[in-house]
Design a protein around this ligand. Sequence first.
Ligand code: NDP
Ligand code: 2IT
Length: 445
Amino acid sequence: MNLEKLMIDLEKKHPGEVEYLQAVREVLESIEEVVNQNPHFESAGIVERIIEPDRVLSFKVPWVDDSGKVNVNLGYRVQFNNALGPYKGGLRFHPSVNLSILKFLGFEQIFKNSLTTLPIGGGKGGSDFNPKGKSDAEIMRFCQSFMLELWKIIGPEIDVPAGDIGVGGKEIGYLYGMYKKLTHEHHGVLTGKGLSWGGSLIRPEATGFGAVYFAQEMLASKGESMKGKTVCISGFGNVAWGAASKINELGGKVVTISGPDGYIHDPQGISGDKIEYMLELRASNQDIVQPYSYEFPDAAFIPGKHPWEVKCDVAIPCATQNELNAEDAKTLVNNGCVCVAEGANMPSTPEAVEIFHENKIMFGPGKAVNAGGVATSGLEMSQNAMKLNWPREEVDQRLHHIMKSIHSTCVKHGTEEDGYVNYVKGANIAGFLKVANAMIDQGVI
Ligand code: NDP
Ligand code: 2IT
């Protein structure tokens, strides 16, 4: 496999799509050796086929705001790979959304979904719509217009979207309502649904819970636990909230959360009511974390900075891609951080990851650490197919089991000669092998 040639060819076809190219390069670097050891992958063109999406739908989303003005956003769905099962992955509504970001997320999703052990392929979608400051009625009209296009290419056995940044239970409700109206069918086509109409218990908490279960496994491999650990989290959304709840349950102390405006440092620990307050902050649609410091005056608001300068044992980035750079990584290492678990998708830059690896600290990549979200979406699909609801304990137990299994798979494929576990390599190789073998079985299609 000629990695540099593959990258040059890909860049020619997708010029300037930096996030997409970054995500592909990271995977190719990890799997190079495995591909070279398996000539049948090369002759079947597996790598060339896996790095291109099966198809991309791009569409116009016109909607009317509360003042009567017509707005036009762009909508997309990237169906990346369905070798293992229906395309599966979230929808992101954020002004930064473009095809490069959605292709990076869709590509990562293939390997993440493969790691979950469940039969799901990879995809992603979204829009450059900015939910910040929008009324519920505006969000509803936007979601309805978005679904007027999307419904044509999705279905419970075809493509099953879910939430991501800017898309939570409320948006899934409006999207599902319109899907149901258009198709006359009530089935599990979206995940993250409300509990009374097909949703699964634990799905809202699942990504954050799963991330902490994974961090727990990493710590346990060194004879440590979450108890008594100081933890820095970034973001203040769905994933950050779930992670903060589970860390508290396991006896750890969360001292930071962050937003686009800066970060909150709460040395007393973010627990109890403060975690519930995160939900209020998120629901306010205001895009800022500062109000936390008015509500809880013991906490400081540090404008315009990342939380990684606060001394901690464990760091869990839960905001967005490339939010933790080389400088941040050095600061974390110098401050004695022993474990970084990515709750978000690709939050660490490649340079930051290199620093974690050089310093041999435990580093879990997003596609392994945050797989609990999509895994529980998979469990929601199973419950929908059976027309049954599992109790909270059962879903949580299955989620915990899946996260343990992903951890041991990473250890199996990522342990280096000196015993250090390179979780990036482990996750990429394990995720890739399963999909590559399925593609071989299914022929060139
Ligand atoms: P939410 O919309 O619930 O929250 C995203 C959070 O990150 C918000 O607090 C958001 O603030 C903040 N944020 C966005 N951009 C920045 C920035 N530049 N600096 C600091 N904070 C920022 O999304 P989720 O919690 O669902 O998603 C967070 C991450 O986790 C994403 O990378 C997502 O892809 C990933 N993920 C989510 C899963 C899920 O099930 N929800 C599953 C697996 C991964 P604001 O919106 O105000 O900008
Ligand atoms: O990045 C992700 O894995 C998600 N946003 C969740 C996808 C899903 O289908 O639940």
